[in-house]
Structure formats: C-alpha cells, structure tokens
Design a protein around this ligand. Structure first.
Ligand code: NDP
Ligand code: MG
Length: 387
C-alpha cells in the first residue's frame, strides 16, 4: 500500500502550504517528517502542532526561542534554527521524499545534502537547477536518486515522457502565460508599478516568482531548469506564450508527434504527482472543462521588450557559472524592485551588467558556485544603490 514520509522545506510558502493541503486531502498516504520556514514562526508552529513532525527548522535564529517555547509540550518535535540546520535536516534518514519549496539560491545546499543522503527529490526550488544544473544532475546520477519536478511546465513534460524512455526528444515547447504585462512595449513597461506586477492573471504564488513571471525571468529560469531535467541541447527548447495556462507544456518526438499535458492552473496537481510518482492518486480537485475555455490561444514571446528571457538564453549558452550569476543578480534586482528602489526595466539592466562584470568560470565546483553567488550579490547590490 502507498505510504511516503515527506520532508517539506519551505512549508510556510505558496507551494509549501499547498503541499500540506495535498497531504491533508490524502489521509493515510503521507506522513510529515520535517517542516521549515524562514521567518514565519507563527504558521510553522501551527503546522507543527497539526502534523507533529520529528523536526522543524526556523531559518531566522532570532525566532528560535518563540518556536521552542510554543512546542514545549510536544517533545517528539525537535526544534532547530539556521541555514546549517536546514541542510542537516534535509539529509536525515527518516524521510523518503524531500520537497524543496524554499525560494531562491538558499535551496542549493539543502538539496545537495538531500541527494547525497539518497533522498528522492520533489523539486519546486527551480533556482537550484539554474545555479548548478550540471553538478546537481551528476549528483543525482551518482547517487541513483529520483528528481521529480513540481514546476507545472516541467511536470507536464515529465508526464508526457512516461513510457517514452526509448524515444529521443526532438524538442520541447514550454508554455508561458505572458504575465500581467503581456503585449506591453518597453515604454509602457518603464511605467509599471510593483502592485501591478504582483497581480498575476492565472496563478497565486510567492512574491519573488510572481515578479519573475511578470518580467519573463521565470520562463528564462524554466528554460535552464528544463535543459538539466531532460538532458537537452539549448536549441531543443522553445517557448510559446499561451495566456490561458491550460496546456502546461509539450514534447515533440522525432516522428513529429507532439504530446501535451492539460489542466486547470492549480499547483496542487503537479505537487501531488511529484509526491506520489509513479502513482497517480485519486482526488477531488476541480476538473477542467472545455466549455469554460472556448479559446486556447498562442503567440510569440517578445524578447526585446522582456529582455530577461533573452538574457537567460544567453546565460545558458555561455554555461559555466553564467546561470548562477543570472540568478543571483535577479534575486537582488527583484528584492530591490519589491522595495520600490528600482524600476521594472532596471531589473534586467542589473542582470545584464552583472553578467558582464562577474568573473566567468567554465567548470565551477560547488565552492565556486557559492563564491560566484556571493560576488554577484555584492556587485548587484552596488548596482541597485546599496554598497
Ligand atoms: P514563497 O515565497 O511563497 O515561500 C517561500 C518559502 O521558503 C517560505 O516557506 C519561506 O519561509 C521560505 N524561505 C524564504 N527565504 C528562505 C531562505 N533564505 N532560506 C530558507 N527558506 C526560505 O515562495 P513559493 O512557494 O511561491 O516558491 C517556492 C519555490 O517554488 C520557488 O523556487 C519557486 O520558483 C517555485 N515555484 C513556485 C510556484 C508557485 O506556484 N508558487 C510554481 C512553480 C515553482 P517564510 O514563510 O518564513 O518566509
Ligand atoms: Mg512554472
């Protein structure tokens, strides 16, 4: 019978809370071994009281005492704090699957630790594959672990590839909603506000990925994520804008046949698929109806207005530590945009200048990635006006 023990890193976020919804909706199928948050102690405590994991990690050391005190009457749950503890918990042997739902570069070291410990990875944290795709892919192979995507586009492709192990891929087509600013010119993009950028038409997500979706950096990160997940050459990855977000992505085989996966834009399905793989678990999530979507439309992505998508393809072409630079500079730029310190178009300027300034490494080690991330953050902080 089906039963999996899940460690959920980033349990207080958009993916994290939806993953707990999935687990709740499948009684008896999953147990929770560990949970983590960065600073939302209140929600972490509530989750710990409901799911009674063996460990919880709060990233922010200053909140340790609060969490510890609230869980004093629950001795089966160990309380830990800080980034090193997060990586330790990711590698503990009491879990079958580690769902990486933290945001950003912070996912890299815990994911490495989980793979080295032989855990199956359900990967939401795409930044890890962008920063160090080659290294992660090699580690996954060396340790013989499964790495299953949560990202809806990659889940779609993964589902299309089941049963096709003998058949080479000709290309993949990643669909993009186009975000709230689809169709805008550069002049118009110069004027958009944070509040407008935070209103995604189809998906309700964390702030960082919502801004990335508005700037098309999210699609750029997903292109690089797909390269490593599916072992593709750069010229095998296409992007098409599909504003309804119903076709989640497509694979084209060498006979020209295209396979797609469709569904409502709801992350619960790809989360459940990654946690349940290879099993599909019955559920009562809302079903798609063509009558609600009489028109599915497609258009080309505008990479001259949305420079980030072009920059991501360029960074992928340069390889080495270039995608790591792209990612770190983007994290700093998005944070500055969310603090109203830079405009929408300046985000891609920060990324482009960082790519030109940070020292290039063709074959980085794990330590080199850590150093590239640090150096890029320093330079990007200067560019956004913090020295
Ligand atoms: P959120 O911002 O909603 O949640 C992020 C989670 O990570 C929270 O639990 C947060 O804790 C924690 N966190 C934040 N900073 C750190 C840090 N430095 N170290 C450790 N943990 C940290 O993000 P999302 O859930 O939207 O996204 C999570 C990941 O999933 C991202 O990589 C995103 O690209 C990917 N993804 C998300 C989708 C979505 O629909 N949301 C779709 C596809 C992919 P706290 O709450 O305490 O701040
Ligand atoms: Mg996606």
């Amino acid at each position: 019978s089906f039963s999996k023990r899940v460690t959920l890193l980033g349990s207080t976020g958009s993916i994290g809370t939806q993953a707990l919804d999935v687990i709740r909706s499948q009684p008896g199928k999953f147990t929770v071994t560990a949970l983590s948050a960065h600073s939302n102690a209140e929600l972490l405590i509530q989750q710990a009281q409901e799911f009674r994991p063996a460990a919880v990690v709060i990233g922010d050391d200053a909140k340790y005492a609060t969490v510890k005190a609230a869980l004093a009457s629950q001795p089966e749950t160990e309380v830990l704090a800080g980034a090193a503890a997060l990586a330790d918990v990711a590698g503990r042997d009491d879990a079958d699957v580690v769902l990486t739902a933290m945001v950003g570069y912070a996912g890299l070291l815990p994911t490495v630790r989980a793979i080295r410990a032989g855990k199956t990875i359900a990967l939401a944290n795409k930044e890890t594959l962008v920063v160090a795709g080659q290294l992660i892919t090699e580690l996954v192979k060396d340790h013989g672990v499964g790495l299953y995507p949560v990202d809806s586009e990659h889940s779609a492709i993964f589902q299309c590839l089941v049963g096709e192990e003998q058949n080479p891929i000709e290309k993949i087509i990643l669909t993009a909603s186009g975000g709230p600013f689809r169709g805008r010119t550069r002049e118009q993009l110069a004027q958009v506000t944070k509040a407008q950028a935070l209103k995604h038409p189809n998906w309700d997500m964390g702030a960082k990925i919502t801004i990335d979706s508005a700037s098309l950096m999210n699609k750029g990160l997903e292109v690089i994520e797909a390269k490593w997940l599916f072992g593709l050459r750069n010229d095998q990855i296409d992007v098409v804008v599909h504003p309804q977000s119903i076709i989640h992505s497509l694979v084209q085989f060498e006979d020209g046949s295209l396979k797609a996966q469709l569904g409502l834009p709801d992350m619960k399905l790809p989360i459940q698929y990654a946690l349940g793989y290879p099993q599909r678990l019955a559920n009562t999530f809302p079903r798609f109806s063509f009558l609600d979507y009489p028109q599915l439309t497609f258009e080309q992505a505008d990479t001259s207005a949305f420079r980030n998508l072009a920059l991501a393809f360029e960074a992928m072409g340069r390889a080495g530590n270039a995608p790591c630079i792209l990612n770190a500079a983007n994290e700093i730029a998005v944070a500055a945009f969310l603090r109203d310190e830079i405009g929408f178009l300046q985000m891609s300027e920060v990324v482009e200048t960082s790519l030109a300034r940070v020292s290039y490494l063709a074959a980085p080690s794990l330590d080199d990635y850590v150093e590239t991330d640090r150096e890029t953050r320093r330079i990007a902080q200067e560019l956004v006006g913090h020295s």
